[in-house]
Design a protein around this ligand. Structure first.
Ligand code: UDP
Length: 249
């Protein structure tokens, strides 16, 4: 993460301490300067992936901005004694940026999810943010051999915002690999957000979010997620065990 940003490290993964408002203000400036940024909205599942896979840790460290998505990341920062301001969920950040884009006439490129889902996402977002220009849309089911064509499509569209909705294990390495060629001011992985915007999945209602139980709601909606969630208790135990060491860094 860019060294000038205020940060806390959770198992070597740097997180920006800012809340939503400051994050959006910073990225608004990035768009105005056309300064390319990879933004990662990271949760404990991704932190644990970084603990296990050095290549993924490097991607997180080399991203320009990492924001605390997920209640567990906020909780861990508190345990370390260097609390982040609040949770900055990827889904909310997408909407905040679209809102600014609507005021300023930005353009957006949507990349990811199944073809009908990304089309429906575009339709819904156009309705909500009529002043945003939709510079391009493409589904997320393409092979590595097609990367070149996708990159060229994005380069010629020259968007201000690029949202990539592919699986977490896929979208961050993909952006990291091509960010210098894409050079979009905001390049951000948004996971299952297009499925929610298109109406295929529901976001957890506010009470779940307030009780920090969004993960439980997602689990109930998509039980196949349980396997990857088994790392969450491991994460909690590791934070409690190692928080004193992390305080010293
Ligand atoms: N997805 C995609 N291409 C792929 C795999 C997944 O576009 O090769 C999309 C999928 O349709 C969904 C989103 O990525 O809209 C998130 O998928 P999933 O929930 O499996 O990912 P994760 O929870 O790991 O981020």
């Amino acid at each position: 993460m860019r060294s000038e940003l205020p940060q806390v490290r959770i198992f070597d993964v740097p997180f920006c301490k800012w809340g939503m408002e400051q994050t959006v203000a910073y990225l608004t400036e990035a768009v105005q300067k056309r300064d390319p940024h990879q933004i990662i909205t990271a949760n404990p599942i991704m932190i644990m992936e970084a603990v296990e896979k050095p290549a993924f840790l490097r991607i997180m460290q080399q991203a320009d901005l990492v924001v605390p998505d997920g209640a567990g990341a906020v909780w861990a920062s508190q345990k370390i004694g260097q609390p982040v301001a609040e949770r900055v969920a990827g889904f909310d950040l997408l909407h905040e940026l679209m809102q600014v884009g609507n005021d300023k006439g930005w353009s957006v490129f949507l990349l990811g999810a199944a073809p009908e889902i990304v089309m429906e996402t575009e339709r819904k977002l156009k309705e909500k943010y009529p002043n945003v220009r939709f510079a391009g849309v493409r589904d997320g089911y393409f092979k590595d051999e097609q990367d070149e064509a996708v990159i060229e499509q994005i380069q010629s569209a020259k968007p201000d915002l690029l949202f990539v909705a592919r699986a977490a294990a896929n979208q961050e390495p993909w952006i990291a690999k091509y960010k210098s060629r894409l050079a979009v001011p905001v390049m951000m992985g948004v996971g299952g957000s297009f499925d929610v915007i298109a109406g295929k999945l529901k976001r957890a209602p506010k009470p779940f979010q307030r009780l920090r139980l969004e993960w439980l709601y997602r689990l109930l909606q998509e039980p196949k997620r349980y396997k990857r969630m088994l790392v969450l208790p491991k994460f909690a135990v590791k934070v409690i065990r190692e928080k004193e060491n992390m305080k010293k860094q």
